[in-house]
Design a protein around this ligand. Structure first.
Ligand SMILES: Cc1ncc(COP(=O)(O)O)c(C=O)c1O
Length: 361
């Protein structure tokens, strides 16, 4: 038997979530965001599974775009942070990658480049996130410079990104949207605003292009229930198995630093998963796992390769029983909340160690 830790990736669930994203905004085009190795799910298999459902993919850097091209993905690929050097502009032209233009330096680099074919560009406007993008009052002049350059071809898309769309009570999304519409008032151009939270929770942000990421992988962008987000299906099920069982007496402690103490005669199951596999070190005692579909509390500190679970109330547990860390039946959002983080971090930080096993492809 090989080490049982693995991440099952359900490609049918991925496609279902993508179809849900498409159906929420049927007149829009979906750019599937597959950066960071498709949020840990494997960019190449994910892109292959979505290639007929979306017109384009979004990535953070040219290496991610090249990986997809080399794997035979022919869809347009968009670099969400633009080109970091003149070499990258040349590669983008050759490989038909579209480029975000996030500041005046990138604009000038695109205008002064000597691309083998004209560039496709999206202008990114900073409407309040204050991370990347041109100031709203720079949009019209920047658009005109790019649109009249021989270096640029096709529709220029105008984009912005929301800071608080995951908080449905927060009116900052509406404020950002107003800033964007005012800035783009004079321009008849395609627009792109919505990430997953915008697409699901803020219908006014749906535009010519939507850019969902996390929802494709079945994780709700919200921390409270939402009827559409709750229809998403988990794509990754992170599983392992029980590799040891022992009984300990009240007063005995478990794990590094002896942080957890038994208060009753306790049966401890050791599970082959740890922070070296991507399970969060900071998951506290009490974080649930599923053993044979039943919730049990993880106890003690997470080790590099193992965790320990109190299975006293589940006397039927035996060695080799399957354990779900998150996924089907136990949402990654719940585990992230226990560990004081977000699903994005848990998913994107999954190392290669736990093999991805693709199912329903
Ligand atoms: C510019 C941009 N658009 C879209 C997305 C996708 O966001 P989400 O995963 O929240 O849908 C991201 C992700 O961080 C992003 O940076």
């Amino acid at each position: 038997m090989s080490r049982p830790a693995k991440a099952l990736i359900d490609l049918e669930a991925l496609r279902y979530n993508c179809q849900l994203a498409n159906s929420l905004s049927p007149n829009s085009q979906t750019m599937a965001v597959v950066k960071a190795n498709a949020y840990g799910h494997g960019a190449v298999p994910v892109a292959h599974a979505l290639t007929d459902l979306v017109p384009a993919f979004g990535v953070a850097c040219i290496e991610e775009a090249i990986e997809l091209r080399e794997a035979g993905i022919e869809n347009p690929i968009h670099l969400l942070e633009g080109a970091f050097s003149n070499d990258e502009i040349s590669i983008a032209a050759e490989q038909h990658f579209s480029l975000a233009v996030v500041n005046q330096e990138q604009k000038r680099a695109n205008l002064n480049a000597n691309p083998s074919t004209p560039l496709r560009v999206w202008i990114c406007v900073d409407t309040g996130m204050h991370r990347l993008g041109l100031a709203p009052d720079e949009l019209t002049s920047t658009y005109r410079e790019l649109a009249t350059s021989n270096n640029v071809a096709g529709d220029i898309v105008v984009a912005t990104h929301f800071a608080c769309a995951d908080d449905l009570e927060n009116d900052f999304t509406a404020i950002q949207l107003t800033r964007m519409t005012q800035a783009a008032d004079e321009l008849q151009v395609p627009k792109s605003f919505a990430n997953s939270a915008g697409l699901i929770g803020w219908p006014d942000t749906r535009a010519d292009w939507n850019r969902p990421g996390i929802m494709l992988y079945g994780s709700s962008p919200f921390s409270t229930p939402h009827p559409d987000a709750d229809r998403l299906l988990p794509v990754m099920t992170f599983t392992s198995a029980v590799i040891a069982l022992r009984d300990i007496q009240p007063g005995e402690t478990v794990g590094y630093a002896a942080t957890w103490k038994a208060e009753r005669p306790t049966r401890i199951a050791t599970v082959a998963i740890g922070y070296g596999d991507g399970y969060p070190l900071h998951a506290p005692s009490g974080t649930p796992v599923l053993i044979n579909g039943q919730r049990c509390p993880m106890v003690g500190r997470v080790s590099m390769d193992m965790i320990t679970v109190d299975v006293t109330d589940l006397p039927s547990v035996t060695i080799e029983d399957e354990v779900t860390l998150w996924g089907a039946g136990l949402s990654v959002n719940e585990i992230a909340a226990c560990a004081g983080t977000v699903s994005y971090e848990l998913l994107t930080r999954m190392p290669r160690r736990a093999p991805r096993v693709y199912i329903n492809g």
